[in-house]
Design a protein around this ligand. Sequence first.
Ligand code: UDP
Ligand code: MG
Length: 310
Amino acid sequence: MNKNFLLSIIVPVYNEEKNIPELLKRLKPILSKYNYELIFVDDGSTDASPQIIKNLAKKDKRIKLISFQRNFGHQMALTCGYKHAKGDCAITLDADLQDPPEVIDKMIKKWQEGYEVVYGQRLDRQTDSFFKKSTAHLFYKLINFLSDVEIPEHVADFRLLDRKAVNFLNSLPEKARFLRGLVAWPGFKSTIVQYKREKRFAGKTHYSLSKMINFALEGIISFSVKPLRLATYLGFIVAFLGFLGIIYAIVGKFLFPEHWVTGWTALFVGIMFLGGVQLITIGIIGEYIGKIYQQVKGRPFYVIKEKVNV
Ligand code: UDP
Ligand code: MG
């Protein structure tokens, strides 16, 4: 194996003080085989995580820390890691040891075979709840149906990117950073390495149900305009039904005036239905306008508080 390259390992950290020492213990024997840099991106942790990393960085220049001013989210932490990575390839890895570091060797092997993107794919999701499994499945079905890019299923943010792919991500001005989609979009030569996703070593997940729903919406909105089309279709269907209703009302009124009573039900149903469809379509349009708004403001993706060894 050719060992003449620099490997960047990027670890997003949000309140993971109990996991960092263990992560290092597991990473060390694997990384020692390579010429590497280990970049921790502290996403506004409020516990001792940044302090622990700083102490490590003091002893070892290959360990680097970038701290955010506040919590900007997992995807922004990864984005920042890619921006600062100097390696010929970069691997992103969770701090909670759910992504076993031992898989790194396999990823690098694939990369040296010429693959530009190597996805870590979970073999089974036993450690996830039934609810998370089924909603995730539904989400991938939906996003792959709605968008033009094929995002592989059971693939999270544990992946290797060649320098070319890292440069591509870094060149994107896009604020909505749904990295799974952005990595798949350009069509780099990619492959999959399977692994068993482990239980969180310590602490608990930062992805609540509402965060997961937001993440899913973010993915769909930033990779497809088909929901807008859906809004148009809904509009047409409702307009057509409304047209039939109008004919019914006029014909009925003139032909059977004696039977034509107040018609409260028809009115009520019509108003409720129309109101619902209008709100849905306005909501869909609003989602896109929101994205445009965030993009045109042009604020930075994140704000850095301090850097160590970077
Ligand atoms: N994380 C982060 N910012 C956040 C939430 C999470 O940097 O706002 C990090 C977290 O420390 C971990 C990784 O992203 O290293 C994945 O988070 P988590 O384990 O909570 O997600 P799950 O594995 O449950 O999907
Ligand atoms: Mg996790």
